[in-house]
Ligand binder design. Sequence first.
Ligand code: SP5
Ligand code: ZN
Length: 344
Amino acid sequence: MLCFLSDAYRDHNPQYEYFRGEKVPCFESVERLDNIVAALQARGHECVLPQADASSVIAKIHDPAYVSFITHAWQEWVALDEKNHELQPFPSVWPTRTLRDDIVPDNFIAKLGLYSMDNGTPLAAGTWRAAKSGADAAVSAANYLLAGHSSVFSASRPPGHHAGRDFMGGYCFLNNAALAAQALLDQGMKKVVVLDIDYHHGNGTQSLFYDRDDVLFISIHGDPKTEYPFYLGHADETGEGAGQGYNVNFPLPIGTTFAQWLSTLEKASEQIRDFQADALVISLGLDTFEDDPISKFTIKSDDYFQVGQQLASLNLPTAFIMEGGYATEALGTNVVNVLEGFEQ
Ligand code: SP5
Ligand code: ZN
C-alpha cells in the first residue's frame, strides 16, 4: 500500500512525560515510526513524501489562535528562560467549570492550559514541524483517494485523534484523521466515515464532527469509565442537532479479546454500510495489541490481518491514518499486517 511519510516526524522528540508524578520516558517515541517505516520497507511498501500543504484544511478544522499558539509555542517557551531548552513545558492550570474559557492569558503556562486537555502531551523544539508534516501526509492521502485510488496509508506522527478544534492532548496536536475527512468533503465527496480503532476513544474527532451529518464517527475503544480520555467516549453520546445519530461509541471492557473486538467491528460495519459513504478514514491505533504497555485489550499480531480483511469488505476507498500503539518492537509488524490484510 502506498504510504505518505515525511522525515520530519523525527523532529518531535520529547525526552520525558509524567506518569503518577514520576518522570518517565515518552511512550509516544520517534522509534515507533522508525519501526513502522522499517516494516513497510522490509515488506515492499513504497513510501513517498507528502505532496499537499494542509494549511487551508487546518484553518477549517482548528481554531486559528490555537494553531498560531502551537506554531510558536516552543519559541515562546525558550524565550522565557535559557534553561528551558533542556526542559519541556507542561500545563498546570486549566479553565475548568466556573472559570472563564474566553480569556487568552499572557502567561505562557496558562495559555498552554487553555489549549490542552491534559498534562500528558509533551511539546518539544520540532513538534510543530512534525505535526504539520503529519497533517500534510493525511491530506495527501485524502487527495490520493480523490484521484481514484482505493487505499493509502498516512504515516503521520505525532498522532491526532485526541486533538480538538482548539486543544492538544493525548500526544496529539493536529487531528490528522479529521483533516483527511474534511479534505475529502471539500473536494466533492458528500459523506465520509471516520472509524477509530485506536484503544483510546477519539474525543477530538468526535467533538469536531458531533453536530454534522456528513461525517459518521464510529469509535471502538477501552471503556472511558476506566481508560483515557475518561470524559468522552461513552455509549450514550450519539450526536447533536443535524449530527444526531451520526456518532457511535463502542466502549469495551478491560481484557477484551480479539473475538469480542471483531464482533464489535462487525456491528460497526453494518452501520457503515447503512450510511452509504463515499470514503472511509481509519484512525489506525495499534494499542489494542496484547503487549501494549498502556492498554488492556488482548489482540495478537496475526489477528491484525483479519482486521484489515474486515475493513476491506466495506468496499470503500480507504485512508489509514496512523494514531497510537506503544509496543514499539511489534508496532511495525502490526501496522503492516492490517494494511496487507486489507490488500489481500
Ligand atoms: C494517540 C494515543 O494513543 N494517545 C494515548 C494517550 C494516553 N495518555 C494517557 C497515558 C496514561 C498512561 N497510563 C499508563 C499505565 C501504565 N501502567
Ligand atoms: Zn491510543
